[in-house]
Design a protein around this ligand. Sequence first.
Ligand code: NOJ
Ligand code: CA
Length: 545
Amino acid sequence: MTQNTPRTTDDATWWRSAVVYQVYVRSFADANGDGIGDLRGITQRLPYLRDLGVDALWLTPFYTSPQIDGGYDVADYRDVDPIFGNLDDFDTMIGQAHSLGLRVIVDLVPNHTSSAHPWFTAALAAGPGSAERERYLFRDGRGADGELPPNDWESIFGGPAWTRVADGQWYLHLFDPAQPDLNWRHPEVRAEFEEILRFWLDRGVDGFRIDVAHGMIKEEGLPDVGFGMLIDGRRQSSMLGSGRLPYFDQDEVHDIYRAWRPILDSYPGGRMAVAEAWAETPQRLARYIGPDELQQAFSFDFLDATWEAGSFRKVIDTALAEATIVGAPTTWVLSNHDKQRHVTRYGDGEVGLRRARAAALLMLALPGCTYLYQGEELGLPEVLDLPDELRQDPSFLRTGESRDGCRVPLPWEGTEPPYGFGPAGCDKSWLPAPASWAQLSVAAQTGVAGSTLELYRSALRIRRAHPGLAGSDDPVRWLDAAPGVLAFSRRATPDAPELVCVVNISAAPAPVGGYGPVLLASAPPTEVDGEIALPVDAAAWFERE
Ligand code: NOJ
Ligand code: CA
């Protein structure tokens, strides 16, 4: 079984080729039996993550919060919400993670607070024109009596991005009304977040995932987007990542990161930050990364690639080219807590699972840092048939789109829901797991040859040990292959063995005779005309001397 060696504290570039496992705290493991995952649950399951072979955990927000948006509505940035535990539980968790060789990244939510944050309650109480309102974006409305929102901005969760308060003013919220946007041109806001960074760095965190990292600065004067909330039936916020919006990716946002980087660098052991940023072009996204800004930005293009060789090839080539320009390896992501799980995106059922397993081998063979979303190592699909009354995503009520289906608690063991999510005998879980998940639980897959869990374990073990995969910077060399087949090799040094990765996205088995012995395959190779072949929708790793 894979054992991580405890990390050395001076490994400042650990993140360049790390595999980071995203823990959606509410749905990972429930230690106290209230049906909601918690910090003690994570601590209990840390050996599972060590044995899986990941390098780090990213924890979604566990701070004090009314939980309107799954904790992305923070009321106290320096404390743990009682449903998840307390600061002692956090200290225990991070201490044990470190002793098992696992690093810990926490989520930072700087674009907005919760409406229950003391700053916002003070702003409401103090009234128009007060210093308290300056920390947020309060404005008078338009129209004869100020009855119209101050501009045409749309909330990402649907509807206007403005809500009117009792005294007639409006406040901006790019997400739910319970998530008022902060005014990042206010020095107090900047100072406060620098202190929050230090608070968690002092507690030993290895890094931060920065929520809405492109959103903190809004264009001066808050100008209209110009075409209202809908254009050709498309929602304004669907331009995220493809068009220019006055509330995203403003040049001034980079000043914030230039102030944060020296803080990260003042701590030992390679403290890092990864931006959840959406920008109009890959070049603009690359501006978040660099020696004086953040170490990484998520590249969501890989996640958005369709199940076609050309689609993957284009995304991979673009990402690798940018990595070379910015001098930092890229990030690869297939799923997270905001997106439909990739088993389902790739066709669901058996086909979706085959493709998801192949995509995992593709992703884990690429140079750079990989983010796994909890449950993908079990091959979990999206839960599509959750009853509406159980759905909790705030965007569901406003747009009908819900992210709950990828947030169902993990199945650990046993034959009945919630499959060991809580302590023995506990039947509670905040969302119900489907009956079909009995076969997908950790216990059901452990030690079973060919299971998705064992495929991930093997892939992570080989990734750690094989010289062709260990480096973060060695190039990807594309090999000639039939249409619909992706084949590339990686070699660290001229005399080290080469790792060849082949993915068959064509309609026929792909001959793979010349690539050397198979190290790992997402589906058993077959034979065609006496030659070894990779079945359709499968991937394999080969070692070539
Ligand atoms: C991105 C987070 O991943 C998502 O879950 C959240 O709803 C929004 N940011 C708002 O914080
Ligand atoms: Ca709990």
